[in-house]
Design a protein around this ligand. Structure first.
Ligand code: CLF
Ligand code: SF4
Length: 488
């Protein structure tokens, strides 16, 4: 795994000045990138093509041998593809899912440890699907060697996973047992120091060339949590666009070193603390879902399973190029942009990117509001179907997006499985610090379960825009609205 980013929606959402040409050029680059723009991720899809099997370092949170279709974490893929198969798959999927806007190479190993396959794929894509953005994710070890190729193929979004900036290599040695460098393995702190030098050199070369860089950091409590604010400061100094702090996912069955040694996953609360510690320096991506190396679809709604058959590989490029209709795709994107503009209007721009409690609330007290959504910026999913919740921090002045929280099992998996033992405990744990849940529909039974953890479930904002509803709901339930006096 090696990827990360964040962003927003319309020009107004980002606060970009329409008279600032440089800012507007950046906005054009991120506007429909679902990772670099938080506002885009409910509307535009990405595809990862797993053409890069090899890796040149070892991370203690990675095991690429492992595969499980229910598993969602970097380094995991169900099949590896050749560059030609990958391009066929992109044309096939892009004809089907017209919201597709980005192709990324994010493993299952490291994109730049497999440069031939990576750049062959990008070269073909540039010719056959010129309307798609190209994106790659790397650990950075070989980044300085491939800057010219990255520029040549118009890869204008690069993610570098950087977990520490500790120059002694001590923190790095707890994350990376070895790196493969100049035909040999370099172990421990010495290897970690080389990796850091190469990452910083590569990032500098990218930003000097105007390529948008996002940095991913895996939050490993007890290992690099204290160093992440230093990472954020360094990233800011180097003009990195976005910082994505991803929780360590760890369990013995993953077969990773951390998992086998019993190092626990980072909790939602630990992620929020790390975000608070880093958010003053860096713009943060908070909507990452730690995608598989063969992910397809909207972030958080993986359709990879629907496209694993070999049906696309049997088709010729001519057939696929007909299916991939650039004009129809452009029309679809126009419809999406109109929808986003209307949504921004309806939401009244009440959401801020960063904000202290005092900036969000006139009393200095804020509440956490969880939402269930099926996409498009609306409260349009029943509680029982939700497999994740979007969490906002809200006050009477403004709201800000905090994170997504996934659950293993939705409350309801269909009437045939409804035996009165629906899984609620995991949901109660996941939402234990939340104050309000906004959902399209919820039954009496789960509603009273949620009341037992002092969570107010409210379905009166069904099919309404999320951000406006979050703001109105928090005011309704927690901030007294003074009655206006009678006139006359
Ligand atoms: Fe893929 Fe990464 Fe490009 Fe996005 S993912 S290569 S920047 S197109 Fe996105 Fe997935 Fe998080 Fe990565 S949600 S893991 S940040
Ligand atoms: Fe795995 Fe290599 Fe990515 Fe580390 S850099 S997470 S070892 S694929």
């Amino acid at each position: 795994m090696s990827c990360s980013t964040g962003g927003c929606g319309t020009h107004e959402d980002m606060g970009f000045d329409p008279n600032n040409a440089e800012a507007m050029a950046i906005q054009e680059k991120i506007n429909n990138h679902p990772c670099y723009s938080e506002g885009a991720h409910q509307h535009y899809a990405r595809i990862h093509v797993p053409v890069a099997p090899a890796c040149n370092i070892q991370c203690n949170y990675c095991n690429r041998k492992y595969d499980c279709s229910n598993e969602s974490r970097p380094g995991v893929t169900s099949a590896k593809l050749s560059p030609e198969e990958a391009v066929k798959k992109v044309l096939y999927v892009g004809g089907d899912i017209q919201q597709l806007s980005v192709v990324g190479i994010a493993g299952p190993g490291d994109a730049l440890a497999n440069p031939k396959k990576t750049f062959e794929t990008f070269k073909m894509l540039q010719e056959k699907a010129p309307d798609l953005k190209l994106c790659l994710s790397t650990n950075g070890l070989r980044l300085p060697d491939y800057i010219d190729e990255i520029v040549k193929y118009n890869v204008d979004h690069v993610t570098v996973t950087i977990n520490t900036v500790d120059e002694s290599g001590e923190v790095g040695s707890k994350i990376y047992p070895w790196i493969h460098w100049e035909h040999k393995k370099v172990w421990g702190a010495e290897g970690a120091k080389i990796l850091l030098e190469r990452q910083l050199e590569g990032i500098k070369m990218l930003t000097e060339r105007g390529i948008l860089v996002k940095a991913n950091s895996v939050l490993i409590p007890g290992v690099n949590d204290k160093d992440l604010p230093n990472v954020a400061k360094k990233l800011k100094d180097m003009n990195v666009f976005l910082h994505n702090i991803m929780p360590l996912l760890s369990a013995p069955e993953f077969g990773t070193k951390f998992g086998l040694e019993g190092v626990p996953s980072a909790t939602d609360q630990e992620v929020m603390e790390a975000q608070d510690a880093c958010g003053m320096d860096m713009k943060l991506m908070k909507h990452c879902r730690q995608c598989r190396a063969d992910a397809v679809g909207l972030i958080g709604e993986d359709k990879g399973d629907e496209f694993v058959s070999n049906s696309f590989t049997a088709l010729s490029f001519d057939e696929l190029e007909n299916k991939y209709n650039i004009e129809a795709r452009a029309k679809k994107h126009e419809v999406i942009e109109n929808w986003r503009a209307n949504l921004a209007e309806a939401n009244d721009r009440i959401k801020v990117e960063q904000g202290t409690k005092a900036e969000l609330s006139s009393t200095g007290e804020t509440k956490l509001v969880a939402v269930t959504t099926g996409g498009e910026g609306m409260i349009n999913m029943h509680f029982g179907s939700a497999q994740e919740f979007i969490v906002y921090e809200a006050g009477d002045k403004a709201i800000k997006f905090v994170m997504h929280r996934k659950i293993e099992s939705a409350y309801c998996s269909g009437p045939e499985n409804c035996d009165g033992n629906n899984p609620i405990e995991e949901i109660k744990t996941t939402l234990k610090d939340c104050d309000i849940l906004l959902t399209e529909k919820i039954g009496d039974c789960p509603m009273s379960e949620l009341q037992s953890i002092n969570l107010i479930a409210d379905e009166s904002y069904a099919n309404q825009p999320i951000e406006k509803s979050v703001h109105e709901a928090v005011k309704k339930h927690f901030f007294t609205v003074e009655e206006e006096g009678e006139l006359g």
